[in-house]
Design a protein around this ligand. Structure first.
Ligand SMILES: NC(=O)c1ccc[n+]([C@@H]2O[C@H](COP(=O)([O-])OP(=O)(O)OC[C@H]3O[C@@H](n4cnc5c(N)ncnc54)[C@H](O)[C@@H]3O)[C@@H](O)[C@H]2O)c1
Length: 252
């Protein structure tokens, strides 16, 4: 039997890239999907693709930096499918790389509002629904570079560190209530975001490859498998971990 048969799963930033890959694998495992995405076109397309493949899916247009929209996202899950069993918090707001003192205060606020506060809001309201249900699993998407320093990425890696900290502490807070909370640390993946960066910065991916022992960039599905496994009962005794799916990047 599929590992998530009949379960309700939510993915943020599900219109493209890693989020989209997660929705396909969750559907393969039998889950009903709540597709949360700020971009209406890609979000609706993602939901339609799941329905076309014979699974259930609903799209809810969501900006995760808005508390009202995150609460509406959760109401959509409950109204459509009766509750929530698993969530993959994947949405991210990117800006260009720049040294810390060149980041405007507005850019800092904008990225923190999505990448830190947005993840907090999703966790807050997902956890409330999971407590009602008697358990669940949350996977937050970090970045495989968490223990490195990278030029121009303080706005990004700072937020990812916050996500890891929130994941570990909330894992302790809710372990007794049957809610498992983990993180995935992806290495470089061929998502639209990386393709856009590679176009803007020729040589960007070659520089990455030097530091990846497997000498290749991942397909998003390879990282999605790790996130979906953490959602599944097979990971039933796993909580508070950061699972690297990075081709050995963290090994140096
Ligand atoms: N691509 C990589 O190489 C890489 C490497 C390490 C970690 N990651 C992480 O993987 C995750 C997915 O990255 P990706 O490359 O697929 O990115 P992407 O830009 O391709 O997709 C991100 C999605 O999030 C959506 N989004 C943006 N702001 C939102 C908001 N406020 N509310 C809701 N949705 C919003 C976008 O519309 C988009 O569909 C991110 O958390 C990213 O940090 C990516």
């Amino acid at each position: 039997m599929a590992s998530l048969e009949g379960k309700v799963a939510l993915v943020t930033g599900a219109g493209r890239g890693l989020g989209l890959a997660c929705t396909k694998l969750l559907a393969r495992e039998g889950a009903k999907l709540v597709i949360a995405e700020i971009d209406e076109q890609t979000g609706e397309q993602a939901a339609q693709a799941i329905r076309d493949s014979g699974s259930e899916a609903v799209f809810v247009r969501t900006d995760i930096s808005s508390s009202a929209e995150v609460q509406a996202m959760m109401r959509c899950a409950i109204d459509s499918f009766g509750g929530l069993d698993c969530a993959i918090n994947n949405a991210v707001r990117f800006i260009d790389r720049k040294p810390l003192a060149d980041i405007s205060e507005q850019e800092w606020a904008d990225t923190c509002n999505v990448n830190i506060s947005g993840t907090f809001l999703c966790m807050k309201y997902e956890i409330q629904a999971m407590v009602e249900r008697g358990g669940g699993a949350i996977v937050n998407i970090g970045s495989g570079r968490e223990n490195t320093g990278q030029a121009g990425l303080s706005w990004y890696l700072g937020a990812k560190q916050a996500i890891y900290g929130m994941s570990r502490c909330a894992a302790v807070d809710y372990a007794e209530q049957g809610i498992r909370i983990n993180a995935v640390a992806p290495g470089a993946m061929w998502t639209p975001a990386l393709r856009e960066t590679a176009e803007k910065r020729p040589g960007h991916t070659d520089a990455h490859l030097e530091h990846i022992p497997m000498r290749r960039i991942a397909e998003p599905e390879e990282v999605a498998e790790a996130a979906v496994w953490l959602c599944s009962p097979a990971a039933g005794y796993v909580t508070g971990v950061t699972l690297s799916a990075d081709g050995g990047y963290t090994l140096g």
